[in-house]
Ligand binder design. Sequence first.
Ligand code: NAD
Length: 294
Amino acid sequence: MTSKSDAGRPYLVGLVGTGVGPSLTPALHMAEARAQGLDYVYRTIDLNTFGVAPHRIGDVLSWAQTLGYDALNITHPCKQLVIEHLDDVDETARTLGAVNTVVFDGGRTVGYNTDTTGFAHGFAEGLPAAPMAAAVLIGAGGAGSAVGDALLRMGVAHLTVVDLDVDRAATLAWQLADRHASARVDASSLDKLSVLLPDSDGVVHATPTGMAEHPGLPFDAALLHPGLWVADIVYRPIDTALLQAARAAGCRTLDGGHMAVYQAVDAFALITGRTPDAERMSAHFRDLVARTAT
Ligand code: NAD
């Protein structure tokens, strides 16, 4: 962590990626900074708007450093591409192979991944003491990859990765198994959920299903049972059809707001060296989601 907590110093932070315009992260950081009395500007840097190809992320880092940025959040499609351009990458992000936060620290660029730490922190807060012997991860994309790593760091002994694209599930399962040798990681297909879920402690949903543009449930609600915790990482809406069905079936649940807020909480701490008020950021986030609901 950097030690940039000197009061009165202005902060300049950016979010780099494509389609970043609607992100709630800038507002989230700036409101917390205001509450802490910090002078903090956070802007989106949409590569499409600037006509910069994602593989030029190294140039973007140099420009940002020259222009006086303190840090960048990095999102799709640059989380992997950025790594080779960094001076240092912390152990968790290196293991995962993806960086979503770059801090410019005394002329050096240091990469972190607060998607994976954010999921873990949000999970610990929202589902304390959840059993971890066996869990299913549905969705092997970018977010699923960060969540899978977090689940294994948190102690899941047997993780099964499921995706519409079975090759994607197999690749992620192989990568996770390679990085977490003490755990058992398998891949499976959606039709096997009827066998997997009755014997699982929990399921994390990490596909777009349940978002306003992709309404519905990712699997048959009849597979839900009171012995299963259910975490959804979709946060628009916060209360997805899956979470509603899970509560009705007696499951403990965790909404996607926890991961979204804690990725920002962890990034804010790395950038400023200050401890953010997670409860305040969560309340602000939930208010923003409600106000921007489609
Ligand atoms: P992605 O496109 O990289 O991956 C999505 C994966 O889901 C793909 O592998 C796809 O094959 C699979 N998939 C799609 N529909 C499916 C279905 N019906 N059944 C099984 N698998 C299916 O996307 P991503 O970046 O991993 O994001 C996934 C979702 O996670 C987003 O839509 C967003 O809602 C959510 N998200 C939440 C947070 C958070 O902080 N809470 C962060 C990032 C993403």
